[in-house]
Design a protein around this ligand. Sequence first.
Ligand SMILES: Nc1ncnc2c1ncn2[C@@H]1O[C@H](COP(=O)(O)OP(=O)(O)OP(=O)(O)O)[C@@H](O)[C@H]1O
Ligand SMILES: [Mg+2]
Length: 509
Amino acid sequence: MSQQPRSSSTASNDNWRAGLRPPPRDDRPQTEDVKATKGIEFEDMFLRRELLMGIFEAGFDKPSPIQEESIPMALTKRDILARAKNGTGKTAAFVIPSLQQVDVTKNKIQALVLVPTRELALQTSQVCKNLGKHMGIQVMVTTGGTTLKDDILRLSETVHVLVGTPGRILDLAGKSVADLSECPIFVMDEADKLLSPEFAPVMEQLLTYLPKDRQVMLFSATFPIIVKDFKDKHMNSPFEINLMDELTLRGVTQYYAFVEERQKVHCLNTLFSKLQINQSIIFCNSTNRVELLAKKVTELGYSCFYSHAKMLQSHRNRVFHDFRNGVCRNLVCSDLLTRGIDIQAVNVVINFDLPKNSETYLHRIGRSGRFGHLGLAINLVTYEDRFNLYKIEQELGTEIQPIPHIIDKGLYVAPGAVDEPAGQKPAPQQTQQQQLAQPQQPAPARQQQQQPRGPPPSQQQLQQQQTVYQTNGQPAPRQNGGAGQGAARGYPGAGPAGGRPQAPPVAQR
Ligand SMILES: Nc1ncnc2c1ncn2[C@@H]1O[C@H](COP(=O)(O)OP(=O)(O)OP(=O)(O)O)[C@@H](O)[C@H]1O
Ligand SMILES: [Mg+2]
C-alpha cells in the first residue's frame, strides 16, 4: 500500500476532527442489525487520515457490523464474499478499503465497482466521491443510456475509481478506452444479480481485462447457489462473511392486505389516508402497471413520481434525484429500484403487486428501515398470490401478518412525528417542503423476530381479516385529503410538483 501525500492542510493538524463538518446527528434509535458491533473504531483500521475525514464528514461515527468484518480483511487484499442485511452499510464496506488502496499519484483505474442498475451506479459513485473527497481521488461513473463520446473524453483524463453497469464498462474496455490492465480491485455489488443469466457472460468477459492477481469482492444481501460457480472459478480462497442468521430487517414490520385485483387502487387510497407516510415506494410487477398506477394515484390527488426501465434515462435520473431530495412523497416503480437504492426518508414500502420471488421481496422491503431504522412493508395480496405469500414467508423465515385496522405509528414513525395526524396532507409546496425537511425520530425498534407461521389462510379467513382495506365500490373517505391537484403530477409530462428540488427529508449521507 503506497503512502500518499497529505492533500489537506487540516490533515497535518492534530486537531483534524474539529475542522470537519458532519451532517446533523441522526439520533433515531437503531436496531441490532447495525448496533451489534464488536466495538472497533474507524481509527483502529489504519486508514489514511484523508479517508477518515471523508468517513466522519459523511456522519459515520462507528463502523457497522459488516464494515467491521469486511474492511480490515479487504485491506489485506484478500478476496471477499460478504452477505449482510439491506441497509446495513455494505457500500462503505467495499468503498472504504478500495479507496484506501488507491495511489492518487498514479494515473490508472485502480478500482472497478460494478452494479446492476444505472441509478445504483450514480448513488454508489456519489458515496465514493463523498468518502474520498479529501483524498484527491477521481471517481467516474458510467452507465448505458448516456453518450459514449462523453465517457471517452472523460477517460482521457485521470480516473482512479470507475463505477458503472457491466454492459457500458465492457464496451469501454473492449474499445480500449477504459484501461483495466492495472486495476487491482474488482467489486461486484448486488453480486447475485450480476451473476444472473442477464449479466453473467458480461462479467466473465470483463474479468479478462483485469490483471490475474486482482482482488475480487462480492457483496449482497442474497446469495443464491449460482454464486458458487463464480466463486470456484474466479475467487482465490475468499474470506466469507455471512451476517444473516436471519434474513429480514428487525426494524421493518410486514403486513398483507387481502384484496381483489380491482380493489387494489382503492386499498392504496385507504392506506394513503390512514398511514403517516414520510416517503413511500410502491412497487408494481410491470412497466405498464407502473404507468397506469401512477396515473391513478395522481388522479386520486396524491403527489407521485414514477420510474421504470423503459423511460428515457434523463427522466429516470431526474425522478431519482428529485425523489431523493424530497420533492415528492410517493414513487411508483418497477424492480428497477429494488436493489441497493438508499433513501433514508422512505418509511413505507408497498408491494402493489406481490413479487414473484423471495429475493426480490427481501430487497424491495429493504428500501425502508435503512441503517437499522424503522419501516413498514405492506403487500396487496390477491387470492392467486396466497401460495406465493406463503412461499416467501417460508423461504425468508419471516411472518407477514394480516394488516390490522389501526397500525401502531410507533412501528414506523419517528417519535417526534407520532402526534401528527395520519394521512397525506394537502400539499402547498411550502408545507410539504417544511414537513419533509424534519428528520424523523422512530420509536424504539422491535427486537423480536417473528416465527414462521402455518400454511396459507383460506379465502374465508382472509376476507374476515381484511374488511377495512377492501372496497365497496366507493372511494374511501379521506382523513386528510391528498396532495391537492395542483401538486400532484405524474412524471414525465408535467414534471415534478413545484418543479424545484427541496431539502432532503433527512440528511442523505
Ligand atoms: N458506519 C455508518 N454509520 C452511519 N451510517 C452509515 C454507516 N455506514 C453506512 N451508513 C448509512 O447507511 C445507509 C445504508 O447503507 P448502504 O446503502 O451501504 O446499505 P447496503 O447494505 O448496501 O443496503 P442494500 O442491501 O439495500 O444495498 C446509507 O444511508 C449509509 O450512508
Ligand atoms: Mg447496497
